[in-house]
Structures are given as structure tokens and as C-alpha cells.
Design a protein around this ligand. Sequence first.
Ligand code: ATP
Ligand code: MG
Length: 401
Amino acid sequence: MDEVFLLKIGELSLKGLNRRSFEDLLLKDLKRKLSPLGTWSFSIAQSAVAVAPMREGIDMDAAEARIAQTFGLAAYSRCARLPKRMDAILDWAPAYLEDSLRWARTFKCEAKRSDKTFPLGSPAICADVGEALLNAYPQLKVDVHHPDVVVNIEIREQYAFLHADQKRGAGGLPAGSAGDAVILISGGIDSPVAAWMMAKRGLRLTAVHFASPPYTSVRAEGKVHRLLGKVANYSGRIRLFTVPFTAIQEKLRDELPEDCLTLLMRRMMMRLAAQIAKQEHCHALITGESLGQVASQTLRALDCTDAVVDMPVFRPLIGMDKEETCVIARSIGTFDISIEPFEDCCTVFTPKHPKTKPKRAELEKLEAQIDWQSLIEQALAETQMRGINPECNLGMDLFVK
Ligand code: ATP
Ligand code: MG
């Protein structure tokens, strides 16, 4: 008996002719995540990937944690991989399932036979395995409606797989299958969740963060690195561009009306992010905005921010309540970091009475009073890039562009 992982592929099983390229990306991501733990064999058949360690002593718990953070998987389970014979299945089932069954009161068996030449049908497989388990665990009863444990027996092409309940996978599409986009990342709750949601749909992320020293601190930037480390656990390495924003904010604050300040700032952020996106071959921007959350996120305000860029702007949180966002933030591990109290550049310059119904023309007229193009060029010239690895092992490639 070998212990292996059986992974069920998700939405990509619906793909037609290009399914193969999605599967290749999924395998690439799995190999990237698992190879630091040891050598594995991967085989893909019938909407499932079997991942088997090639030697003893590989940390299966660590591997499971990484599989749980892989996009493109609907479900996964740790299983016994057995020869396709009933005697082998019946011999191994009681011992292999001990951890799941020892404290259970009820169970049921489910069998799937993708190899139709197997001598027993699914009901007969269930009956035999059920009987072996009832003999081994006298406290157990069968409950087909609400069992504590579901025991699965899958007869596949080469092997039989035996496992207790399968776990839900991260869902979505394989990392990198949807192309490249820039996430505007602050240290708040929303933008890391937005990053994760779009990475889940297969986007490869490049991050842009606006820092306003001395108004914002080095610790605020550290917070962004740690947040991206959490997202990178799923998406893979993320390149982070940190743009100095102080000069732009001071210019806007000193020379233009206060009630438009946040929107003018946001338009500058979008312009800068779009420039970086083009330079880095990204084709969309992502923000953590949610309709009506603050003055700069009203319908009219979003119209004014979108007007300065010529690429799609994805706002996956647009229809979500804060509490719904917090649920995801907790589940991906970003919430506790996001609520650490360091100032973001948006909050230090917040006007007392921001406009909620701005007009594009009005903002354009104000912007014509300053030389914003050269401010943008200056900020881009001083932008720094670094790679953020999963769980924030900062990359070695810190350099000034
Ligand atoms: P929260 O609303 O939880 O405080 P947030 O990240 O959504 O966090 P907002 O002020 O609502 O903060 O900003 C709206 C969006 O603008 C963010 O989701 C993010 O995409 C972008 N943004 C805000 N501040 C920055 C920044 N300093 N650098 C990069 N992007 C930013
Ligand atoms: Mg927000």
C-alpha cells in the first residue's frame, strides 16, 4: 500500500480543446509547490491527479497544506493506493481508515468504478467493504443519510484508491491560466482579498503599492510584504513595485481643492499602476473597491477613476459587504495582518468632506493646473521592485529600476 494524494480537478474539467494547457499549468503549479518537500510522481487521468511520494519520509502534512492552497482543484484526499483486487482492499481498509473511524458512530461507503471491467459492481464493493469495517469497529453503524464518515472506494485505471471524506479544494482555475494583471495593494483588509480572488480565476499577479514616507512607515510596507506572502502561498511568487507617492500627494494637497483630494489621488494611482502594468505586460488592474464603501467608491467616483486608464479594472469585491470580505480574509490568513494599525497613504490625506458626486470634467480641469505628467515620471523613476515569495521569504532581487 502506498499513501498518495488524489486530487479532483475543478472547473477546468469543463474546458474543451484547450483543457490540456490548463492541466499542464495545474501540474506545473503542483510541482513548484511540492518539489521542495521531495520527489513525487504525478499522473493525470479521468479528471483526477494522483500525486505519489517517490520515497519514504516525505512530510505529507506539509504537502497537504500546499495542495489545499492550489487553485484549479475542486477537492482532494489522502488515500491508500492499492492493487485493484478486493482482497487487498478488504485487508487494508480497517487499518488505513482507523484515524477516521475509531471515534465515529456512523458511516457509509461510496464506490466509483471508472474501470468497468472490475468484477464487482459498486453496490457489491460497498457491501463487502462495509462488512469488513463493521467487523473491525463494533461501535459503528451504517447511516446512508447523515453519516459521520463517508468511506470512498475508487476503482480507477491502474489502481484502487481508498479514502475517508475528501476535503474541499481551493477551487478556481490553475495559477497563471488567465494572463497577467496588476493588483493595487494597500495594507487594508480589502485589497489582499481582491488579489486572492483574481489569482483564483487564474491571473498571475504583479503588485503595486504606493508609499508616502514619512507619513507612512517602513512597518506599513512590511505589512504589505507579509500580506502578499499569504496571497503568494496560493498564487506563487509576486513581484511588488513600491511607488513613492509623497511628492504627488503633497502637490495635490497644497495646490488643489481639498474636497477632491482623494479622487485626484486615486486617479494618479490608477495612471501609475496602468503605466507599470503596460511596462510589465499586464493587461488589467485589480482593486479592492466595493460599491459605496467610502466616498471614492460611489458610482460617480468609480467612473472618474476608470476614466484615466485604458485597460479593464477588475473589482472583485464590488458587490460584497465588508463582513463577507472579512470571512475570506480570515480564511486566507490576511485578516490579522491587515488589522495591524499602520497608516496607509490614503488615510493620512483624507479630506473632511470628500465629494461623493464628482464629475470627470471638473477633475480634468483641476489636473490641468499642475504638471502631473512629470510627477508621474519622477515617481516611476524612483519605483523599487522586489520579489515576494510564499510566506514572505523576501526575494534576493531587490533593486532599483
Ligand atoms: P480597507 O478598505 O480594508 O481599509 P483597502 O485596501 O480597500 O482597505 P481603501 O482605502 O478602501 O483601502 O482603498 C481602495 C483601493 O485602492 C484598495 O483596495 C486598493 O486596491 C487601492 N489602494 C488604496 N491604498 C493603496 C496604496 N497605498 N497602494 C496601492 N493601492 C492602494
Ligand atoms: Mg476598502
